[in-house]
Design a protein around this ligand. Structure first.
Ligand SMILES: CCCCCCCCCCCCC[C@@H](O)CC(=O)SCCNC(=O)CCNC(=O)[C@H](O)C(C)(C)COP(=O)(O)OP(=O)(O)OC[C@H]1O[C@@H](n2cnc3c(N)ncnc32)[C@H](O)[C@@H]1OP(=O)(O)O
Length: 245
């Protein structure tokens, strides 16, 4: 995930390398990515509209997760394809960075919010839902317009500025939600395996969640600094060479 930066001022070899990486996508790959990004933009838009409508009609966030969970699960799980896109090389993004981003979201959706019903009405769940929705509508519309070579500047600006606030806000929502889940996990012993058992292994989901929370400390800055580098590259034209994973 590490990257090194070259001085933007006239390093020809680096610029050539950077240009060389901007290869043309095949027609099929482009068509697929346009379809994928349009579908994802639409999916997150539907989710956003459903959340706003729910709140206007009910005047409370209680029950909101339950009412939008099917759409959320479908589109967030569909995002696993992003790891595939990187792995097969049709998008120029690190498999590792994308893998961490997508797996942490899938984990939040399926192994926390879906599995632990008692925390679904926590404000922190709404916080990460709102943050993810704004982020993804911006991000997928950015990719779509970019592929169509008609990228409005405000979408580009939003893609590379919103995350400065949204990323920490999303992480706060996720961590507070996991924290709220801990007492239920401890009480029920869910997803845990106690000894003695026929496999002779033990697993404690409660401690696993604590490890997951601590893993944000080294991993989140990697994602955040990756986005800051992307921001400098795209908005300020700095030449940045990412080392291969
Ligand atoms: C099993 C338990 C696991 C537990 C793990 C716990 C670890 C937790 C640590 C992680 C915390 C994450 C928390 C997170 O969920 C919180 C939030 O998301 S809050 C909301 C704010 N978030 C964001 O703003 C970030 C959103 N995420 C991303 O942007 C990406 O996922 C990321 C991989 C981080 C960065 O994206 P990327 O590297 O792709 O940057 P670019 O957008 O600039 O794109 C680079 C080039 O690739 C092209 N591209 C990429 N995707 C596509 C696509 N779908 N279609 C077309 N083109 C695509 C893009 O155009 C760029 O091309 P070029 O270089 O030619 O311009």
């Amino acid at each position: 995930m590490a990257s090194s930066e070259e001085d933007g001022g006239g390093n020809g070899a680096v610029e050539e390398k950077e240009k060389g990486k901007k290869r043309k996508l095949g027609a099929l790959a482009t068509a697929w990515l346009i379809f994928y990004n349009v579908a994802m933009t639409a999916g997150w838009l539907v989710l956003g509209i459903a959340m706003v409508r729910f709140y206007i009609q009910k005047g409370t966030h209680r029950g909101l997760f339950r009412s939008v969970q099917k759409t959320l699960k479908f589109f967030q799980t569909f995002a696993l394809l992003e790891v595939v896109h990187c792995a097969v090389g049709i998008v120029r993004t690190s498999v590792l960075v994308t893998g961490v981003q997508v797996s942490s979201r899938i984990f939040m959706v399926w192994f926390i919010a879906h599995s632990i019903k008692q925390i679904q009405n926590e404000e922190s769940v709404i916080l990460f839902l709102v943050v993810w929705t704004v982020t993804e509508i911006t991000r997928y519309s950015f990719y779509t317009f970019n592929l169509l070579n008609h990228l409005p500047y405000f979408i580009k600006w939003a893609r590379y500025n919103f995350f400065i606030i949204l990323y920490p806000a999303g992480v706060a929502g996720e961590l507070l939600t996991i924290y709220a889940a801990l007492p239920y996990v401890k009480k029920t012993g869910m997803f845990s395996l106690r000894l003695p058992n026929k496999y002779n292994v033990s697993f404690d989901y409660y401690y696993f969640l604590i490890i997951v929370m601590f893993s944000y400390v080294p991993l989140f800055p990697q994602l955040y600094f990756h986005m800051l580098r992307q921001r400098r590259r795209v908005l300020h034209g700095e030449v940045i060479v990412e080392k291969d994973d």
